[in-house]
Ligand binder design. Structure first.
Ligand SMILES: NC(=O)c1ccc[n+]([C@@H]2O[C@H](COP(=O)([O-])OP(=O)(O)OC[C@H]3O[C@@H](n4cnc5c(N)ncnc54)[C@H](O)[C@@H]3O)[C@@H](O)[C@H]2O)c1
Length: 320
């Protein structure tokens, strides 16, 4: 089977690619590298089952070429920066809505199954309980709005044309290959501050919670959803089913309360107080549970970031 992974040089995409190659599939990645990195997929470049195409999902001609002989498309490519989408929504609309439309139109012509990576950000996030797929929707940023539009378009292709479509909605995902600058996830940012000898900065009182899913578990969830027949036409949440307060996460990462500082939130009114995934549907439909505990996931991520830092220092030393 040939699988196309759009956005396969990005953080989650590269782990999806790895899972697919490990399982013996032929994988083609289409990525314009606007946020993905060649290093993320460097380990696959000599694998005869792997192909990389540099390009944009908004390029319809390129899509026609890339979709030749594809059985499944896992669509991870997206513009993902919430703040940037608020400051300038055009790119998020173009990539996430028009780009997904192009993917669906090309898939429709070749009857290619689409597995869309959505996001938990489409939900009403004022809830004080776990969020299931039945939870009300209320996208609060152009990022979330464009991702929901993409989902709705995809589901409309399932209903109108019978195109096999699966919608996955991962919650906060963390792990190796996630960026650790301010655009990265909270776990990577905390670990980076720890390794750089800086204080860990928490916005506000730190009682806000997140459901953190280790990226290999996230990739497994997405790949399972891609191959299990009964997932077709369904929306499925992916999370760990546990949430942790950011102030407790900071302690778990650095184990030294002295190194944690609370700072004023730029937009306290837009802070999400609780983010917890109800994972029941995924458990029942796809089987298996996330395997990596938060403690273990933090250790693996720390090891990876430390190694990156070491390689970077060697590189800088070599250029002196
Ligand atoms: N990281 C998370 O916690 C999280 C949580 C829920 C959902 N998601 C979703 O998962 C998917 C992957 O997110 P990620 O965190 O790996 O982000 P990422 O930015 O690392 O990956 C997205 C990839 O898409 C590529 N891309 C962007 N625009 C493109 C275009 N026009 N054409 C081709 N490629 C393009 C980027 O270069 C990047 O490699 C996204 O759809 C995102 O909405 C992420």
């Amino acid at each position: 089977m040939n699988v196309l992974v759009t956005g396969g040089s990005g953080f989650i995409g590269r782990w999806v690619v790895k899972k697919l190659l490990d399982a013996g599939y032929k994988v083609c990645v289409l990525d314009d590298l606007t946020n993905g990195r060649p290093e993320n997929i460097a380990e696959f470049k000599d694998n005869p089952d792997f192909e990389f195409v540099l390009g944009d999902i908004r390029d319809k001609n390129l899509l026609r070429e890339v979709f030749t002989d594809i059985d499944i498309c896992i669509h991870a490519a997206a513009a993902i920066n919430v703040q940037e989408s608020i400051d300038d929504p055009q790119r998020h609309y173009d990539v996430n809505v028009n780009g997904t439309f192009n993917i669906l139109e090309t898939a429709r012509k070749g009857d290619v199954k689409i597995v869309l990576i959505g996001t938990c950000m489409v939900y009403d996030l004022t809830a004080s309980k776990a969020i299931s797929e039945e939870h009300p929707l209320n996208p609060k940023s152009p990022y979330a709005g464009s991702k929901l539009a993409a989902e709705n378009l995809a589901l409309s292709y399932f209903h109108a044309y019978g195109l096999p479509v699966v919608i996955t909605r991962p919650f906060n995902t963390y792990g190796p290959y996630q960026k650790s600058d301010m655009e990265g996830g909270v776990v990577s940012i905390f670990i980076r501050s720890l390794l750089d000898g800086e204080t860990l900065k928490i916005f506000g009182d730190g009682t806000q919670t997140r459901d953190l899913l280790f990226v290999e578990d996230c990739a497994e969830f997405i790949v399972k959803a891609a191959f299990i027949e009964k997932a077709v036409g369904e929306v499925i949440n992916g999370g760990s089913g546990k949430d942790i307060a950011i102030k407790d996460l900071a302690v778990l990462v650095c184990k030294d309360a002295e190194r944690i500082r609370h700072i004023e939130h730029h937009h306290p009114q837009s802070e999400i107080p609780k983010l917890l995934c109800d994972y029941t549907k995924a458990k029942e439909m796809l089987g298996g549970m996330p395997k990596i505990s938060l403690v273990e996931g933090i250790k693996l991520t720390e090891k990876w970031i430390e190694n990156q830092k070491y390689e970077y220092e060697l590189h800088v030393e070599g250029t002196r």
